[in-house]
Write a protein that binds this ligand. Structure first.
Ligand SMILES: Cc1cc2nc3c(=O)[nH]c(=O)nc-3n(C[C@H](O)[C@H](O)[C@H](O)COP(=O)(O)OP(=O)(O)OC[C@H]3O[C@@H](n4cnc5c(N)ncnc54)[C@H](O)[C@@H]3O)c2cc1C
Length: 473
């Protein structure tokens, strides 16, 4: 059985009561209890303003549909976030950076006049370091020819599973290869040459060698392989935030930031009612349909009036923890990355939690880090381990830093990579999940319904849009 082996303790302090908001105060679905300005009537109520929710909102406007977009954070973008170094003014993308050569990607950036360029990987060969000791190891990764040959074999394998590339419309009985732990799958098909490359790209996927092959194939997918050979796209200014602020501008007051669902009623056949807790008080949203794009694990659906089926499906998801950020005062002067390495581990792939990589950034003196671990690690534990890891490297290299290392920006991307156990997959979990589409006036979208990849999620959205539009005719 493949499971991420972690316990997930993700709670957000909300009660899941049908009539209670976060402070336990009764909420009402009665229009008479709201000022006219607090009642929002729309075709769609989109929940989650990350990659998928924002794209869906922008595209629905193209079809002259009215909508409101609810986002819990103070900005759109989700895992896409940009840090601006106050000292140099340089912008650094600290989450989503690269995109594939898809029509949807090019059209989306073009409409907001955000230029793209081919991503440049100019950081040079990494040092391989055991972050638990700070020690550098003389690890020689496979040569490019070996990696290329393994990827070629893997690409042929992927062609056997087109259903995995397009979504989760899986064929039954499920191929047992898809359920093999990825480490065993690689061994079976002699793909070891690409294992380090796959591990360093599939950050947030844990424990990597034990994860069901299906989930790696969702991320390390055919589009990605294609993009790897053509080069990724990224914004010219290293500022993905520009796309999301322009999207937010175009959506205007239809975006409710710092807002969450307090309660919901989907019992009527022709409309849904959603009470949303916003910084200026509760709003009553009356919409024809809901489109939910948030990570669909049960605790994150507080306020939703889940059916027994929805409840039993979403309760099965587990996830990993993934964090990123920006460091200063590292005392490092090298302009090449430091990658994690587990001495005495198969293929040098270490046990997590720990840092995946520390990369030099475009901003003078700043380094970016990525950290993975169980979903219930606290931010404090992660921050402490990041700083301690830098100090261990400093000690190993006799670096006399003038000041202690400092995290100047910290981003919590947990919960990441929602998965279910192999037995659930065999028992038709994803068929049951997809059967929810359109039921109870609700459409589902986002990474938990497809893949952790913005480009393919936008294409997935395009494929779903005709059904969504048809449902409000
Ligand atoms: C560090 C990092 C780097 C990555 N790099 C890339 C990359 O370079 N290229 C790429 O294609 N992909 C990358 N990814 C994958 C990325 O996760 C996906 O591309 C994409 O963000 C998934 O889109 P989504 O809409 O499902 O989720 P998100 O973009 O995470 O959007 C979900 C949104 O819902 C909001 N939300 C959550 N719960 C609630 C709630 N209860 N109520 C209201 N709002 C809520 C969240 O705040 C968020 O804004 C990266 C991910 C991480 C973490």
């Amino acid at each position: 059985m493949a499971s991420n082996g972690y316990t997930n303790g993700y709670t957000n302090g909300y009660t899941n009561g049908h009539t209670s908001d976060r402070s336990g105060i009764e909420v009402s679905f009665d229009e008479a209890d709201y000022a006219a300005t607090d009642i929002i009537k729309r075709d769609f109520c989109i929940i989650g303003g990350g990659s998928t929710g924002t794209y869906t909102a922008v595209r629905l406007k193209d079809y002259n549909k009215s909508l409101v977009l609810i986002e819990k954070n103070d900005r759109l973008g989700g895992h896409a976030e940009t840090y601006r170094d106050p000292a140099s003014g340089v912008t650094l993308d600290i989450g989503v950076i690269v995109f594939g050569h898809l029509k949807e990607v090019k059209d989306y950036f073009q409409r907001f006049n955000v230029p793209l360029k081919k991503a440049e990987i100019t950081m040079g060969a990494p040092d391989y370091v055991d972050f638990k000791t700070g020690r550098k190891h003389d690890f020689k990764p496979p040569v490019p020819e070996e990696i290329g040959a393994a990827m070629h074999k893997y690409a042929i394998q992927l062609m056997s599973y087109p259903e995995v590339q397009a979504g989760f419309a899986l064929k039954y009985p499920i191929s047992e290869d898809l359920l093999l732990p990825f480490g065993e799958y690689m061994k079976k098909y002699q793909l070891e040459g690409m294992i380090q490359a796959a591990f360093s790209y599939c950050q947030g996927y844990m424990p990597f060698l034990e994860l069901s092959t299906l989930y790696v194939m969702k991320y390390w997918n055919a589009d990605l392989l294609n993009t790897l050979s053509n080069g990724f796209l990224m914004t010219e200014t290293n500022n993905i935030g520009e796309l999301y602020s322009k999207a937010a501008q175009s959506l205007g007051s239809d975006v409710l930031l710092n807002s969450r669902v307090a309660s919901m009623d989907r019992s009527a056949s022709d409309a849904v009612e959603v009470v949303v807790d916003t910084p200026t008080g509760n709003r009553l949203i009356i919409a024809k349909k809901i489109i939910s794009t948030i990570p669909h694990h049960k605790h994150n659906l507080a306020g939703f009036d889940l059916s027994d089926t929805e409840d039993s499906l979403f309760s099965q998801f587990t996830w990993s923890g993934f964090w990123a950020g920006v460091l200063k005062n590292t005392g490092l002067t090298q302009y090449h990355p430091i990658h994690t390495y587990g001495p005495d581990k198969v293929h040098g792939i270490p046990d997590m939690p720990g840092i995946y990589a520390i990369n030099p950034s475009r901003a003078p003196g700043l380094y970016q880090f990525y950290y993975g671990g169980p979903g219930d690690l606290s931010e404090e534990e992660v921050k402490k381990d990041v700083i301690d890891s830098i100090k261990r490297i400093q000690k190993e290299r006799s670096i006399e830093a003038a000041s202690d290392p400092e995290i100047v920006k910290f981003a919590n991307h947990t919960p990441f990579n929602l998965i279910v156990p192999n037995q659930a997959i065999r028992d038709g979990f994803y068929d049951k999940l997809y059967a929810l589409q359109g039921q109870r006036n609700t459409w589902y979208n986002g990474a938990s319904f497809h893949a952790q990849d913005s480009s393919v999620l936008w294409r997935f959205t395009e494929a779903l849009l005709p059904r969504i539009l048809e449902s409000v005719k």
